[in-house]
Design a protein around this ligand. Structure first.
Ligand SMILES: [Zn+2]
Length: 313
């Protein structure tokens, strides 16, 4: 469905535009591969992988609101799996976030792209003194958040007015890779945070193990949804450029080896002799150690950064 929609929405070249590297603004980009009619380029300076040319913002927004595949995603895919995602994704996420908080005072937390509000719900179960804000542009999802007693800002973060220096924390989970202009979103987040406030951001790491091995065959490389693949280093660079201090940059992903092994065993990926041998003959402990090593050395394809707006800014 996405492939059909991409053709219908973006096959006219006038609907797309050339960009510089979304992390470091370098204009000397290198063509890597084509997928579903989109070209991926890499940045020779910071290594970011990104779609270029990419859909212009107005057409991308139209795609997300109106395309049959986006409606299917919101209505048919997310609803039935919401409770499984709460258990497997949002509860652990809320626990990790709660551990970052060092104060007992009330904190104002905004979830950028809150969806059904599962993260804020789980966080509110862990802490009583939270003032939760769902920042959610989709009218359907914003309506669901309103039934959950959150304050709801029905907008993309870039267009919010009247809340400058209002938030102790902002979170953005798996949104960055979708953004037309990542720097604009980060600048908006910076503006909304109080001095000393923090942004927690998770996204895909283009320098991660399974994405590097599978490259254009990676299911995470999925245009026009996934446009930006930074690394912990290039995302830190961009956050610094906007004015943030990066406090943590890690890759807590745990699925890299499983993804590679699955691709090898389903004959969807021709790995070299070494990885084939690991997939066929290595012990479970060996595979677990390999994944721990990938995670420990910031080489997983799922990354998480915590960045703070300086107190004097
Ligand atoms: Zn770059």
């Amino acid at each position: 469905m996405v492939r059909e929609d991409a053709l219908a929405y973006f096959s006219d070249p006038g609907r797309c535009e050339e960009i510089n590297c979304p992390a470091c603004s370098c204009d000397q980009t290198v063509f890597e591969f084509e997928k579903f009619g989109f070209n991926y380029h890499s940045c020779p300076d910071c290594g970011t992988l990104f779609v270029n040319p990419r859909p212009k913002l107005v057409f991308l927004e139209d795609f997300y609101v109106n395309s049959p595949s986006s409606r299917f995603w919101a209505e048919e895919f997310f609803k039935p799996v919401a409770e499984a995602r709460r258990e497997k994704i949002f509860r652990p996420r809320a626990k990790h976030f709660n551990n970052l908080i060092t104060t007992d005072d009330e904190i104002t937390v905004g979830d950028i792209g809150a969806g059904y509000g599962l993260f804020l719900e789980e966080l509110s179960k862990l802490r009583k003194n939270v003032r939760p804000f769902a920042i959610e542009p989709s009218p359907e999802m914003a309506a669901i958040c309103k039934t959950k007693n959150f304050e709801v800002l029905e907008s993309i973060i870039e267009k919010i007015e009247g809340y400058d220096s209002s938030f102790d924390f902002l979170c953005s989970f798996e949104l960055f890779e979708h953004l037309h202009t990542p720097a604009t979103m980060l600048t908006a987040a910076f503006k909304l945070l109080k001095p000393g406030g923090s942004l927690l951001l998770t996204t895909l790491n283009g320098k991660g193990f399974d994405i590097q091995l599978l490259w254009e065959k990676s299911k995470s490389v999925f245009p026009p949804h996934h446009l930006n693949f930074c690394s912990p280093d290039s995302l830190s660079l961009l956050l610094n450029k906007v004015g943030f201090e990066v406090l943590e940059a890690e890759t807590p992903g745990v699925l890299d080896w499983d993804i590679i092994e699955g691709n090898i065993k389903r004959d969807q990926f021709s790995a070299d002799r070494f990885w084939n041998s690991i997939a066929d003959h290595a012990s479970i402990e060996c595979k677990q150690d390999l994944q721990s090593w990938i995670t420990k050395h910031k080489l997983s394809s799922h990354m998480r950064l915590v960045a703070r707006k300086p107190i004097q800014s």
